[in-house]
Design a protein around this ligand. Structure first.
Ligand SMILES: NC(=O)c1ccc[n+]([C@@H]2O[C@H](COP(=O)([O-])OP(=O)(O)OC[C@H]3O[C@@H](n4cnc5c(N)ncnc54)[C@H](OP(=O)(O)O)[C@@H]3O)[C@@H](O)[C@H]2O)c1
Length: 214
């Protein structure tokens, strides 16, 4: 499958490497392709490539948004709605706001970044997921508690969510994936950041995830 990843940071690189290893064709998108030279060399594969945000979106049959939350809308606008329309946009971003010196969210409670993206690109099938764990866990869920922890799916398109559930199981081995509703449910997983950051403070590491028991 051809996958376009909008982003050049740790998450984009980790997802990109894992997907290339799984035999997919992956293009990472950035405003500064030079910063991905090392990543590209490491892949040592014709299946890996780098381009602009627009190049990555045009390339992908599925597009992953792995940009900083405060730049996501700008990055996706640069990618071009014509390259997102009709496609699944798997959105892993968090609307982190560091401006006050205390980590907060730039949007919360009555809205979310997932909803902002869906509103801006109404013909894209935005599925918010993977945003509750680190990039290392995203691509290796079995490395933590034998994979017995939950990932959440938010999105308006039920078929797109089922497709993403299949991909996450197939690509990375995710076992427990819970569809929590339409894209407004992204408020919940984005706001988990308030809890995650405090758990990080308590444990001193980010190698944890969440499990729903009932
Ligand atoms: N890293 C993790 O483990 C993890 C876990 C869960 C969720 N997330 C979320 O995943 C996303 C990516 O995280 P990350 O740590 O890999 O990288 P990051 O440092 O949060 O984001 C880097 C990317 O954001 C783009 N960007 C930043 N400001 C921009 C702007 N004003 N306009 C357009 N693009 C802009 C950069 O573009 P250039 O390439 O052009 O510089 C780069 O591609 C974030 O939203 C983060 O909260 C990350």
């Amino acid at each position: 499958m051809r996958i376009g990843i909008i982003g050049s940071g740790n998450a984009a690189q980790t997802l990109g490497s894992a997907l290339v290893r799984r035999g997919h064709e992956v293009k990472l998108g950035t405003r500064s392709p030079g910063k991905l030279t090392h990543w590209l060399e490491q892949q040592n594969s014709d299946d890996a490539s780098v381009g602009s945000f627009r190049d990555a979106a045009a390339f992908g049959q599925l597009v992953i948004n792995a940009t900083a939350g405060d730049g996501s809308l700008e990055a996706l606008r640069a990618a071009g709605s014509e390259h997102l329309n009709g496609k699944i946009v798997l959105d892993i971003s968090l609307p982190l706001d560091f401006s006050t010196g205390i980590l907060t969210l730039s949007v919360a409670n009555t809205d979310s970044l997932g909803e902002q993206i869906q509103r801006e690109f109404p013909r894209a099938k935005v599925v918010k997921t993977l945003n509750t764990v680190t990039s290392a866990i995203m691509v290796n869920p079995l490395g933590l508690a034998d994979g017995e922890h939950h990932l959440f799916l938010s999105g308006n398109d039920a078929a797109a969510k089922r497709e993403v559930q299949g991909y996450l199981a197939d690509w990375f081995g995710w076992k427990l994936i819970l569809d929590i509703g339409d894209i407004s449910s992204a408020r919940g997983t984005e706001m988990l950041l308030a809890l995650s950051s405090r758990i990080y403070g308590a444990l001193g590491h980010m190698n944890f995830s969440f499990r729903v028991v009932q």
